[in-house]
Design a protein around this ligand. Structure first.
Ligand code: NAD
Length: 247
């Protein structure tokens, strides 16, 4: 479905991002994997290269909140991969603090990564895509972007904003043949969830109509569809992949 396409995936070293990278590679893409540190990006790429020996896979580790750093990394990716067709803004940080204990610095940290970095990376990629005749930008939102959550307000606030940015950029960039969509996962089996205590998780799972949490590969399949030409007339949507959870 993505034969010959060139993609950048932020937060591609583990969890949902790594599943997206693998799914894209399985479907013929070549991928730049962004991690927060050189060591983690290099390690992920080394392991992927042993599974996909015929493919270009490159590590990147820009500071996602710094436009100069992101611009330089994305230009390098365009040069090394030979183009840029798809950006997946997936890197993210969750939050659980009560408002009464919330430290403003912690609030800003979540907004910086989950929202501001999506702006910075989308701008860098859109400039390249426009010059090349088009592309696809995909954002990882969350179920909490529709229902909120009862603590850690920076997280749902950032994801509500990601949905707004998705819809607005779809309207702005459509004329440049750039589609912009989001995927909103429900509770998904990654490290982010591994830190959630069982007593908090159990009642959440009990309210999921499909009776279980999602796997990263199930979320990645939604990204695959939206990145592919099969979704050529779809832009501005936030696609839920949540087992119909409403919590
Ligand atoms: P994860 O913690 O397993 O992975 C997070 C990724 O973000 C990692 O690759 C990490 O390197 C990267 N990252 C973290 N801090 C960074 C920083 N400062 N700079 C650059 N990269 C950084 O999490 P995950 O569960 O795979 O989450 C991926 C995305 O999915 C996030 O946007 C998250 O909000 C969203 N999401 C997750 C769930 C879930 O249940 N796991 C549900 C809904 C949405």
């Amino acid at each position: 479905m993505l034969k010959g396409k060139k993609a950048i995936v932020t937060g591609g070293t583990r969890g949902i991002g790594l599943a997206v990278v693998k799914t894209f590679l399985e479907n013929g893409a070549e991928v730049a994997v962004c991690g927060s540190r050189k060591e983690t990006a290099d390690k992920a790429v080394e392991s992927l290269k042993s599974q996909f020996q015929d493919r270009k896979i490159i590590p990147l580790y820009p500071d996602l909140s710094d436009a100069a750093s992101v611009n330089a990394a994305f230009s390098e990716a365009e040069k090394l991969l030979g183009g840029l067709d798809i950006l997946v803004n997936n890197a993210g940080l969750s939050a659980r603090e009560s408002l009464y204990d919330y430290n403003y610095e912690s609030f800003k940290k979540v907004i910086d990564l989950n929202l501001n970095a999506v702006f910075v990376c989308s701008q860098a990629a859109a400039k390249i895509m426009k010059a090349r005749g088009g592309g696809v930008i995909l954002n990882t939102s969350s179920m909490v972007s529709k229902y909120g959550q009862p603590a850690g307000v920076a997280y749902p606030a950032s994801k509500f904003a990601v949905n707004g940015l998705t819809l607005s950029l779809a309207r702005e960039l459509g004329r440049d043949n750039i589609r912009v969509n989001a995927v909103a996962p429900g509770v998904t089996n990654t490290d982010m969830m591994a830190n959630v205590p069982k007593e908090i998780l159990a009642p959440i799972v009990a309210q999921i109509p499909l009776g279980r949490i999602g796997e990263p590969e199930e979320v990645a399949n939604a990204f695959l569809f939206l990145a592919s030409d099969k979704a050529s007339y779809i832009t501005g949507v936030t696609l839920s992949v949540d087992g119909a959870a409403r919590t």
